[in-house]
Design a protein around this ligand. Structure first.
Ligand code: M6R
Length: 618
C-alpha cells in the first residue's frame, strides 16, 4: 500500500515522478504528493488529497522545476485522508523531506520525545515522526562535524529507533542531487540508468525508463545521486548489488482501446493463460512440468500433505487448489488465510509442503505467513505473478504465473492463472502418484484448449452487459456453487463487492437453506453456477428454492437445455469442458458481470474506494 518514487538525473524530475505516480496509483490513491529539491533552498512540496491527475495540474501551476525529487501516492493508515496527511512530509526544521510506505508502530513515543526536543507536527501521520527523527540525527551529526554521507547516516540512526515497516525515500537541504532509500517490510527497487537513477515501490513505476534494477532486501539502505549509487545494510555493512534486467512492454501497462484496466485484463485472459502454460507440458504430453520448484522427484513424492496460504482472491485460488489436488493427486490439502496462519500454532504434519499464492508477491500477511512456515522448518513454494517481488525472492522455489502486469485493483487474469497453475500442479502431483497416463493426457488436452474456450465465453460479453444493466440497481446478491464452483461463487461475490459496493455473499448452494435463504426476495438476485454432472440436479433444487421465494436467478451453466423451463431469469452459457478447467470458464462471466454492474453504477472500476492493489500493511 502506498507507492513511493524518487528520481535523480538531468531531466525534468516532476514529469518523470508524476508519470511514475500514475503507474503506482494502484497501490493507493487517497492522496498524492511530490517534492523537488532545490539548490540552497528547502525542497518544494506540492501535495493534495486527490488523484495524481489533479496533482499534475497543481504541479504545473506551481511551476515546479528541478532534476531530483520524490513522490508518493497514499493509502491512508494513520490519519484521515487530507492535504496535511499527504506525503511527502517535511521535518519541522525544514531540512528533511520524506515519503514513506509502511507503518511506524512506535510513532506515539517518538512524537512525544521529539516534541520535547522542540520538533513540531502538522499531520496525524506516523510518517512525520520519522521525518523529524531523521532531522534530529541530521542536525546532531552536523554538530559533530560529520559532513560526508550525513543524510544516509542520519537515516540509519533514525531507523535504528523505529519499530514497524517502511520503504522510504528521503532528501535533505544542501545536497540537492541525493536521495536515500531504505526498506524493511515494504518493497523498494532501485532503477539504474545512465546519468540518472530511480527508486520506487515497484518496477512498473519506471515505465521502461530503467532496464536494470536492483531489488533491495529488508534491512538495506541505498544512497544515490544521478551518477552513482551505494547499497549497504542498516548495520553499515556494504552490499554488492545484483543487477536484474527487466523485460518491460509499455503496452502491458497502458489501457490501449479499453475504457478500464479491469476490462482489458479480463480480455487478456486467453493470452495470460497461454503464457502460464508455455513450456510446461512434458514431451509425452501426459503431465505438467515446472522448472523452479527446486525439489527432486523423490522429495515431491514424499509430500503427504500440502498447505496453501493466501489472502482475498488468492485465497480463493487456494481453495480451488485444494479441490484439484485432492481430486487428481489424492494428496490431502489444507487452506488457511495467511493472516490467520501467522498467528496460529497450526499443527502441521512432518512432510507438509507449504504453498503461498500471491499476485503481487508483496502482500504482507502472506509474506509473514511464508516466513513463519519457513521458521518452523517447512519448505515453502510459491505461485506469484510479479517477478522479483519479495515473496518469490524469499521462498524456497515456485512458479511464476506470467500474467503480465495486473493494474486493475480487482484481480481477474491473475486469479485465473493461479487456478490454472494449481490445476496443472494437481496433474503434476497426480502423475507422480496414481493418475493414469490416459487421464493425464486428457487433462493436458483440456488445458491446451482453454485459451480458445475462454475466448468463446468472452464473446458473450454483450449478453452479460445486458444482464448487468438489468440488475445493476440491486443492493444484495447471492452467489451459489457446489464443490469446485463454491470458491468461484466466493470470487464472484468478492468481485462484485469490491468494485460495485454491492453486498454479496458466496455460499455452497446447499448451505443456502441454513440461513442465507432469509435474504431471498425480488430485490436480491442469485447467481447460480450449475454445471452438468452429478451436482447439476442438486443445484437445480437450490435454484427452485430461490424461485419459490420470488428471487430472480442468473444461471451460469454448460447445459442450458437441461434447465427446467422458466427456472432461470437469465442464462449465461459456458462451453462444456473437462472439470480441470471448468472453474476458470465459470469465472469469466462473473468477472464481466461485476465489471458491467460497476460501470452501470458509475463506480471507479480500477480504483475502488478504500482498496489498494498491493496490501503491504498488516
Ligand atoms: O497480491 P496478492 O495476490 O497477494 O493479493 C491478495 C489480495 O489482496 C487480493 O487478491 C485482493 O483480494 C484483490 N483486490 C481481489 O480482487
Amino acid at each position: 500500500m502506498c507507492g513511493i518514487i524518487g528520481y535523480t538525473g538531468r531531466q525534468d524530475a516532476a514529469s518523470i515522478i508524476l508519470e511514475g505516480l500514475k503507474r503506482l496509483e494502484y497501490r493507493g490513491y487517497d492522496s498524492a504528493g511530490i517534492a523537488l529539491s532545490g539548490k540552497g533552498c528547502a525542497p518544494k512540496v506540492v501535495k493534495k488529497a486527490a488523484r495524481v491527475e489533479i496533482l499534475s495540474r497543481l504541479v504545473r501551476e506551481a511551476k515546479l522545476a528541478g532534476s531530483c525529487g520524490i513522490g508518493h501516492t497514499r493509502w491512508a493508515t494513520h490519519g484521515k485522508v487530507s492535504d496535511e496527511n499527504a506525503h511527502p512530509h517535511v521535518s519541522s526544521d525544514g531540512v528533511i523531506v520524506l515519503a514513506h510506505n509502511g507503518v511506524i508502530e512506535n510513532y506515539v513515543q517518538l512524537r512525544k520525545s521529539l516534541t520535547a526536543l522542540g520538533y513540531t507536527f502538522h499531520s496525524e501521520t506516523d510518517t512525520e515522526a520519522l521525518a523529524n527523527l531523521v532531522a534530529l540525527h541530521f542536525s546532531r551529526l552536523e554538530s559533530l562535524g560529520v559532513s560526508e554521507n550525513r543524510l544516509e547516516e542520519a537515516v540509519r540512526l533514525a531507523l535504528a529507533e523505529v519499530e514497524g515497516t517502511y520503504g522510504i525515500a528521503v532528501m535533505c537541504v544542501g545536497n540537492p542531487d541525493e536521495i536515500v532509500g531504505a526498506r524493511k517490510g515494504s518493497p523498494l527497487v532501485l532503477g539504474v540508468g545512465r546519468g540518472e537513477n530511480m527508486l520506487a515501490s515497484d518496477v512498473t513505476a519506471f515505465g521502461g525508463r530503467m532496464q536494470n534494477v536492483v531489488y533491495l532486501d529488508d534491512g538495506q539502505i541505498v544512497r544515490m545521486n544521478r551518477d552513482d549509487f551505494v547499497i549497504s545494510t542498516l548495520k553499515n555493512e556494504s552490499v554488492a548489488p545484483v543487477l536484474n534486467e527487466i523485460d518491460w512492454r509499455m503496452e502491458d501497462a497502458e489501457l490501449g482501446s479499453f475504457p478500464h484496466f479491469m476490462l482489458k485484463e479480463i480480455f487478456e485472459q486467453p493470452v495470460s493463460l497461454e503464457n502460464a502454460m508455455r513450456g510446461r507440458f512434458s514431451q509425452d504430453a501426459s503431465t505438467a512440468q515446472f522448472g523452479g520448484l527446486n525439489m527432486s522427484a523423490r522429495e515431491l513424492r514424499q509430500v503427504d500433505r500440502i498447505l496453501f496460504l493466501g489472502c482475498g482472491t488468492a485465497w480463493h485460488a487456494c481453495l480451488l487448489a485444494k479441490h484439484m489436488i485432492e481430486r487428481y493427486a489424492r494428496i490431502p490439502v489444507d487452506v488457511e488465510y495467511s493472516s490467520e496462519f501467522r498467528y496460529r500454532n497450526s499443527p502441521l504434519e512432518k512432510n507438509t509442503l507449504v504453498f503461498t499464492i500471491s499476485q503481487s508477491g508483496e502482500t504482507l500477511d502472506t509474506l509473514e505467513a511464508q516466513r513463519e512456515a519457513q521458521r518452523k522448518g517447512y519448505r515453502v513454494l510459491g505461485i506469484s505473478n510479479v517477478v522479483g517481488a519479495t515473496i518469490p525472492r524469499e521462498n524456497d522455489g515456485g512458479i511464476y504465473q506470467h500474467s503480465g502486469p495486473e493494474i486493475g485493483v480487482a484481480s481477474t487474469k491473475a486469479f485465473t492463472a493461479q487456478v490454472l497453475v494449481a490445476s496443472m500442479l494437481s496433474l503434476y502431483f497426480g502423475r507422480m502418484r496414481d493418475l493414469s497416463f490416459a487421464d493425464g493426457r486428457e487433462m493436458v488436452k483440456a488445458f491446451q484448449s482453454l485459451p480458445g474456450l475462454v475466448s468463446c465465453v468472452l464473446d458473450q460479453a454483450e449478453n452479460v452487459e445486458r444482464i448487468a444493466k438489468r440488475y445493476a440497481g440491486c443492493n444484495d446478491f447471492l452467489f451459489l456453487g457446489r464443490l469446485e464452483m463454491f470458491p468461484i461463487a466466493l470470487e464472484g461475490a468478492l468481485k462484485l463487492k469490491e468494485i460495485s459496493y454491492i453486498h454479496a455473499e458466496g455460499y455452497p448452494a446447499a448451505e443456502m437453506k441454513h440461513g442465507p435463504i432469509a435474504l431471498i426476495c425480488p430485490e436480491c438476485p442469485t447467481v447460480a453456477i450449475a454445471m452438468a454432472g452429478e451436482m447439476f440436479k442438486k443445484c437445480v433444487s437450490s435454484i427452485q428454492e430461490v424461485k419459490a421465494r420470488k428471487g430472480d436467478v442468473i444461471v451460469v451453466t454448460d447445459c442450458p437445455d437441461d434447465l427446467p423451463d422458466g427456472l432461470a431469469d437469465e442464462v449465461i452459457f459456458v462451453p462444456r469442458a473437462h472439470d480441470c478447467i471448468l472453474p476458470i470458464l465459470a469465472t469469466i462471466p462473473l468477472q464481466l458481470l461485476s465489471y458491467y454492474i460497476a460501470v452501470a453504477r458509475d463506480c471507479d472500476v480500477d480504483k475502488p474506494r478504500n482498496l489498494a492493489k498491493s496490501v503491504t500493511v498488516e
